[in-house]
Structure formats: structure tokens, C-alpha cells
Design a binder for this molecule. Structure first.
Ligand code: PMP
Length: 425
């Protein structure tokens, strides 16, 4: 049997059982923006392998730093002990995060980074005279697939089997252009009830909902509303972090600052699973002043794994280099030019772009029909062109690694043009 057949016999992959191509594509090597299959076929990775890969595959700088760390210290429990990579990465993160962030808590992935933030917020208020239990989130958001993260995510087919066990969340509408005032009024009304602990949001760009964008001005208003009511504002920058939106963090487009930030995906440049929840010194200190416990009830076996932290440090070196910053600007500009070309054309409902993310919404059906026939057609068209893209229903998006060249971007746009033709016919 082939590798794909051996896989197919025993492995369980996420979100693909219903997909048309029954056998997975065996990938044996990666370099730059390309992934190479067992039979030698090269695939251009147009979505950075689920939005994680920043600097291209198997980058030598990250590989060397990780190998060195593996030979020096592979792991140590993070209760009562520490190590250089954890401290250095935390220092580097605090140097670039919004300047009110003062503490770093490590976990394992994006879902747990959010889970930790929610638990921190709830325990923060549990420690106070008047505990608060309500969490507010955007109705169409995606924050992960653990129970807490599912609870604050959009409710639909994905969460239906678990819905009765998910805690109640006060959902407000995404403040898409024209709806800003409604969203603010919804948050004001819920906040006035006095029980809201936290508002968790994807800043400026809701990924899984279909790369929906909204303005920094309304997010500033929402955060101001939170702060008037003593509510903790949690920015889920799992997708938007590390340059994706054109700034190091989407929060840097804001005047106001979030109280907590959740990070993962690009944190290690797409090499190792690692999550971070940062918070202000005030949040941290509230735990110290608690007479009962003085600890946060959360911790993982692999908390602050040295290899993952080393990968994070190496990725950060690359991200902050002038080459990488120039690349970010170049991709943003090229996306903008392509967006101008197709905006307003027949068959296109909307075009959205922010930094290195570009999304086209075709005027066919709704993106909520995630596993629609159209989705499969678009997916297969891309694969036939040797490009990896994953449509969100009728929405196609690009989120390439930052090393993607102009010629490679041109290929991605070509595939989008073909998709547009397919939708028109
Ligand atoms: N938050 C956001 C905004 C995300 O996009 C995702 C993943 N798509 C998550 C959280 C969950 O991250 P992970 O898949 O690493 O658990």
C-alpha cells in the first residue's frame, strides 16, 4: 500500500471526511512557499498551512535554532523552574505587544490560549467581592474547538453536538460597515447589567467567519465601553498576530489597548505548537492579592516547552528583519492592486483585504454553506492548478507565507481569476 492508503486505513483527519478527494496528499518536503508530494509534485501553499507558516517551510534559521535547543534542553517542568528560551521569548513578545501588556502565560495552541484568557478573566472576578460570569463575543467569531473556545464561537453545525453543554454567552453582531452603532448599543445594554467579565474578539478581521473586516474606530469604541464598565477586553490575535494584517499585531491599529492578548499560529513561524496569553500587570496582581489561593488554576505538561520557545525566538528574528518587513509591505500592496482589479466585477459580491490577507466573496450562495458543492469545485480547481487554497463556502482567501515572491503571488491571482470564471459560467 502507498503512504496515502496506509494513512487512510488508520488515521482520522480534521474536517475532511466529507471531502471529495478521499485520499490525503502525502507531503514529504517543504521549501519556501512550496510543499512537495511523494511523487514530486510541487504545491504552492497559498494559506500558509492553516495560517501558521510565516517564513516559508523548513526555514534553515528556525531549523538550526530548534536543533541546538533539542541538544541543550528539550523540556523542563515549568512549575518552580524556568529556562532561557521561555524568558527571552516573553521579553521579546512584551517588547512588541501593546505596551500595557506585562505578563506572559504559555500554553499549547490557539484554542488553549483563548481558554486560558477566559479562565483568567473569570477567576479574576471570582477573586473579587462581586464575581462576574458573563462573557461577550461576536456572533460569527471562531476562537477554537475546546469547550470554552467553542462556547464563545459562532454556534452552528460544528458545535451542534455539544451545544447543550456550552455555557451561555452574550453574542453581539459583528460591526461590519453600516452596523457599527447597533453593535455598540448591544454591548452597552449587556454591559449595563453589571455581570460581564470579558469581551473576547478577533480584532479587525474575523477569519473563519469569512475574513470579515471591520474598522479600528468601532473596536476602539467597544473597548472604551468595556473599560467604562470594568470589563476585560480580550484580543484573540491567534490569526491576526505576527504581521498578518500589515502591523505586527492588529491591536496596533487601535487607540485603545486590550487587557489580554491570545497568540499562537505564527508565534513559532508555523513549526511548533505553542500558545500565549498575555495580560496586564493589573490582571496578574489581582491573583497575588487573593487571600485564598494566589494561583491561577491552569497549567499544561508542555507549558513553555523550550523547543517551541526556541522556534518562537528564531521566527521572531526573521519577522523583525528589514527583509521580512519589506515583504509584508510588498504583499499588502500587490493584494491591493489585485483587489482594485476585481472589485465591482460581475459575480463578485465583495473583496476584502488587510495586510497579507485577501478575500473574495463570490455572488453565489452563502459562506455559511461551508461544505457546499461550490466549495468543493473551488478547492479542486486550486489543487488541479497545484495550489493549496481552502474556500470558506463561497469565500476564497489568500494568506501566503511572507516569503512568497511576486511570481508566486501572480500564480495565486491567476487561480482566483479562474475561479471567478467558473462562478460566472
Ligand atoms: N482563534 C482564532 C482567531 C483562530 O483563527 C483559531 C484557529 N483557526 C483559533 C483561535 C484556534 O487555534 P488552534 O487551531 O491553534 O487551536
Amino acid at each position: 500500500p502507498t503512504l496515502a492508503e496506509r494513512d487512510h486505513a488508520i488515521l482520522w483527519h480534521p474536517y475532511t471526511q466529507m471531502q471529495t478527494a478521499a485520499l490525503p496528499i502525502p507531503i514529504v518536503r517543504g521549501q519556501g512557499a512550496w510543499l512537495y508530494a511523494e511523487d514530486g509534485t510541487a504545491y504552492l501553499d497559498g494559506i500558509s498551512s492553516w495560517w501558521v507558516n510565516l517564513h516559508g517551510h523548513a526555514h534553515p534559521h528556525i531549523a538550526e535554532r530548534v536543533a541546538e535547543q533539542l541538544r541543550t534542553l528539550e523540556h523542563v517542568l515549568f512549575a518552580g523552574f524556568t529556562h532561557p528560551a521561555a524568558v527571552e521569548l516573553a521579553e521579546k513578545l512584551l517588547a512588541i505587544l501593546p505596551d500595557n501588556q506585562g505578563r506572559i502565560f504559555y500554553s499549547d495552541n490557539g484554542s488553549t490560549a483563548v481558554e486560558v484568557a477566559l479562565k483568567m478573566a473569570l477567576q479574576f472576578f471570582f477573586n473579587q467581592e462581586q464575581p462576574r460570569r458573563t462573557i461577550v463575543a461576536f456572533r460569527d467569531s471562531y476562537h477554537g474547538d475546546t469547550f470554552g473556545a467553542m462556547a464563545v464561537s459562532s454556534r452552528g453545525a460544528f458545535t451542534a453536538p455539544f451545544a447543550p453543554l456550552l455555557f451561555d454567552v452574550a453574542f453581539i453582531d459583528v460591526p461590519v460597515p453600516g452596523r457599527e452603532a447597533d453593535t455598540l448599543a448591544q454591548l452597552e445594554a449587556i454591559a449595563a447589567q453589571g455581570d460581564v467579565a470579558a469581551f473576547v474578539f478577533e480584532p479587525l478581521l474575523l477569519g473563519t467567519a469569512g475574513m470579515l473586516t471591520y474598522s479600528p474606530a468601532i473596536l476602539d469604541e467597544l473597548i472604551r465601553c468595556c473599560h467604562r464598565h470594568g470589563i476585560l477586553a480580550i484580543a484573540d490575535e491567534v490569526m491576526t498576530g505576527f504581521g498578518r494584517t500589515g502591523q505586527l499585531f492588529a491591536s496596533h491599529y487601535l487607540m485603545e489597548r486590550p487587557d489580554m492578548v491570545c497568540l499562537s499560529k505564527g508565534l513559532t513561524g508555523g513549526t511548533m505548537a505553542l500558545g500565549v496569553t498575555s495580560c496586564t500587570a493589573a490582571v496578574y496582581e489581582a491573583f497575588l492579592s487573593d487571600d485564598r489561593m494566589k494561583t491561577f488554576f491552569h497549567g499544561h505538561s508542555y507549558t513553555a516547552n523550550p523547543i517551541a520557545c526556541a522556534a518562537g525566538l528564531a521566527s521572531m528574528d526573521l519577522l523583525l528583519s528589514t527583509d521580512c518587513q519589506a515583504s509584508l509591505a510588498r504583499i499588502a500592496l500587490t493584494h491591493k492592486q489585485f483587489a482594485q482589479e476585481i472589485t465591482g466585477q460581475p459575480g463578485i459580491r465583495d473583496v476584502r483585504h488587510l495586510g497579507t490577507v485577501l478575500a473574495i466573496e463570490f455572488a453565489v450562495g452563502e459562506h455559511t454553506t461551508y461544505f457546499s458543492g461550490l466549495r468543493d469545485q473551488l478547492y479542486n480547481l486550486a489543487l488541479a492548478r497545484r495550489v493549496i487554497l481552502r474556500p470558506l463556502g463561497n469565500i476564497m482567501y489568500l494568506m501566503p507565507p511572507y516569503c512568497t515572491t511576486d511570481a508566486e503571488l501572480a500564480l495565486l491571482y491567476d487561480v482566483l481569476r479562474d475561479m471567478h470564471q467558473l462562478v460566472l459560467t
